[in-house]
Design a binder for this molecule. Structure first.
Ligand SMILES: *[C@@H]1O[C@H](CO)[C@@H](O)[C@H](O)[C@H]1NC(C)=O
Ligand SMILES: *[C@@H]1O[C@H](CO)[C@@H](O)[C@H](O)[C@H]1NC(C)=O
Ligand SMILES: *[C@@H]1O[C@H](CO)[C@@H](O)[C@H](O)[C@H]1NC(C)=O
Length: 255
């Protein structure tokens, strides 16, 4: 009897697996480099916006949800040397549900921002829930503190050999197109070493969060453990999708 129960449990699991894989493969690449950027479907698995009292958790929530941010640097361009400069950078702090809080980037020396960083690695990263459907849905203007946004200051540094695989998995899972970016641009993996954090999630001024409090938050780990199966299927689906993307890229660049 126990055998039969186990058998039907296995059959059920197999059916669920097949269904999950099918759903992942046929679903459009929404948000992960596709349309509705930032509105990725797995966001539904994340807990709702954390309570405002817990600013560190709010900051981690925003970092994990954002696929990209605006990075402010000090310019080395002759016309605006020494002045503030900003550009968009795609980023990831881990695969969906696997947040680390560390914003990883895939950079090329050809980027203006990277030229700036080579002279002065200090930078500030702005991330906002205006990049997701959160603010629009709630009717919050992007400048309203209710449309939660955070500023992360620190220095941008190359990741070492040990951390590279993790940075690559984190970025390429959420930005499958990166894998097809031309290698002649000498892309490398980098991260923001965060030293200061400001959280704007309500009226009355920004809240200060220390990096220690920020990295101490663990809520995503619990989620990650619960959904390892989904995570695995997601990675497989993304790898297949990236493969398809590679084909498209070489086709469109061969003529
Ligand atoms: C690489 O970087 C990680 C994260 O900063 C660190 O924990 C690790 O010790 C570094 N490894 C080496 C060999 O420097
Ligand atoms: C990150 O920045 C802090 C503060 O400037 C510094 O003490 C620390 O060494 C940096 N971390 C790495 C891995 O360079
Ligand atoms: C880290 O988290 C634990 C458990 O949530 C908490 O008790 C502790 O005070 C936190 N430490 C810091 C520095 O935030």
């Amino acid at each position: 009897m126990a055998g039969r129960a186990l058998g039907s449990a296995r059959a059920l699991l197999a059916a669920l697996l097949a269904l999950a894989l099918w759903a992942l493969l046929v679903s459009p690449a929404r948000g992960r480099g596709g349309r509705d950027h930032g509105d990725w479907d797995l966001a539904k698995l994340l807990p709702p916006l954390p309570p405002r009292e817990d600013a560190a958790r709010v900051a981690r929530f925003v970092t994990h949800l954002c696929d990209w941010g605006a990075l402010g640097t000090i310019s080395t361009l002759e016309a605006v040397r020494g002045q503030a400069f900003a550009d968009v950078l795609s980023l990831s702090d881990g695969v969906p549900g696997g947040s680390t809080g560390v914003p990883y980037f895939y950079l090329s020396p050809l980027q203006l921002t990277v030229g700036n960083l080579q002279e002065n690695p200090h930078a500030t990263l702005l991330l906002s829930l205006a990049q997701t459907n959160f603010c629009k849905k709630k009717g919050f203007d992007p400048q309203s503190p209710l449309c939660v946004h955070i500023m992360l200051s620190g220095s941008v540094m190359k990741v070492n050999e040990t951390e590279m695989d993790f940075a690559k998995l984190s970025l390429f899972t959420r930005h499958p197109e990166m894998e097809t970016w031309p290698s002649s641009h000498n892309w490398f993996f980098a991260k923001l070493n965060i030293t200061n954090i400001w959280v704007l999630d309500y009226f009355g001024g920004p809240k200060i969060v220390t990096p220690e409090e920020y990295y101490n938050v663990t809520f995503h780990k619990k989620l990650y453990r619960g959904c390892w199966l989904v995570q695995l299927l997601y990675l497989i689906a993304e790898a297949l999708r990236a493969q398809r993307g590679k084909v498209t890229w070489s086709r469109s660049h061969s003529n």
